[in-house]
Design a protein around this ligand. Structure first.
Ligand code: PEP
Ligand code: MN
Length: 299
């Protein structure tokens, strides 16, 4: 593989995208046709349909995942999320929380078998790829690992669809650089995800980030890959998630990640963030209306 590019010097070095970046023919910014990422016959990112990925933060236990899966089926949704390998901001864990790791992946296998849902889960380390590969339909690179470039390269080699989350402090230029590491391994099943950035003011003491809605049209201007939005991890506050979801769809988001839990207070981590089932159904109903207004459909 030839990785030397001529003329990669940037005349106006900047944290943001420049015209030079485009001229330098990065793979990410030079594909002229729209890239669609196909998960199955009826699930495609980057089309008129907007796949909504929902589920709890972690695969806590089988009972939880079964209840969530039933709710997704009831709402005619197709993709479940839940992490079995989890980075936490602090190394200390509550008594409730344990990484379910391989047990969690076995639970996700059962969910796939019993409910026919597709599975999104996070890959935190190269050593977990083999196990996760067997179960997941989409591999998520979390924001903290956005520039763990060796991990990106190894995950890319699986050729599975990848959701690459933007780090909360990174420019779009850094995100595109990270994405380029995936493309350079020959995997263009790439979905970019905006999930909130650090700002001096996020309007609530418990809101750690703010959704950068502007990133959606800005990314669309530069590249043709599907861009999805995760309002849950951005706002960290369930009551704001429905509005931010509507705004994301209106802004052109090609997919959504929503954290939900049958009993958010009991969520092992981040209990302020997931929607309960009633809130989730309300969100879906209203989001479907906005999607319709822009000629799209939530699936
Ligand atoms: C998550 O999806 O549960 C998660 C931790 O995401 P992020 O990497 O965006 O914080
Ligand atoms: Mn989470």
């Amino acid at each position: 593989m030839k990785l030397i590019k001529k003329n990669l010097s940037n005349k106006y070095p900047s944290k943001d995208i420049t015209q030079d970046d485009k001229k330098n023919k990065l793979t990410i910014s030079t594909s002229t046709k729209k890239i669609v990422v196909k998960i199955s016959k009826d699930i495609v990112f980057g089309s008129n349909n907007i796949p909504l990925i929902a589920g709890p933060n972690g695969v806590e236990n089988e009972k939880l995942m079964v209840v969530v899966a039933k709710n997704l089926i009831k709402n005619k949704l197709k993709i479940i999320r839940g992490h079995a390998y989890k980075p936490l901001t602090f190394p200390y864990r509550s008594n409730k929380y344990k990484d379910s790791k391989n047990i969690g992946m076995d639970i996700m296998d059962k969910i796939k078998r019993d409910f026919g849902l597709k599975v999104v889960t996070e890959v935190t380390e190269i050593r977990y790829i083999d196990r996760i590969f067997k179960t997941a339909d989409i591999l998520q690179i979390g924001s903290r690992n956005m520039q763990n470039l060796e991990l990106l390269r190894e995950v890319a080699l699986t050729k599975k669809p990848i959701i690459l989350k933007r780090h909360f402090g990174s420019s779009l230029r850094d995100l595109l650089g990270a994405a380029e590491h995936i493309l350079v391994e020959g995997n263009n099943n790439l979905i970019l995800c905006e999930r909130g950035v650090s700002l001096p003011h996020t309007h609530r003491a418990t809101s750690r980030f703010a959704l950068d809605i502007q990133a959606i049209p800005a990314l669309k201007e530069i590249c043709n890959y599907p861009i999805i939005s995760d309002p849950s991890h951005a706002s960290f506050w369930a009551p704001w998630v429905p509005s931010l979801t509507l705004a994301s769809v209106a802004a052109g988001s090609d997919g959504l990640i929503i954290e939900m839990h049958p009993n958010p207070k009991k969520s092992a981590v981040d209990p302020l963030q997931p929607l309960n089932f009633k809130q989730f159904s309300g969100l879906l109903k209203n989001t479907q209306k906005v999607a319709k207004a822009v000629n799209r459909k939530i699936i």
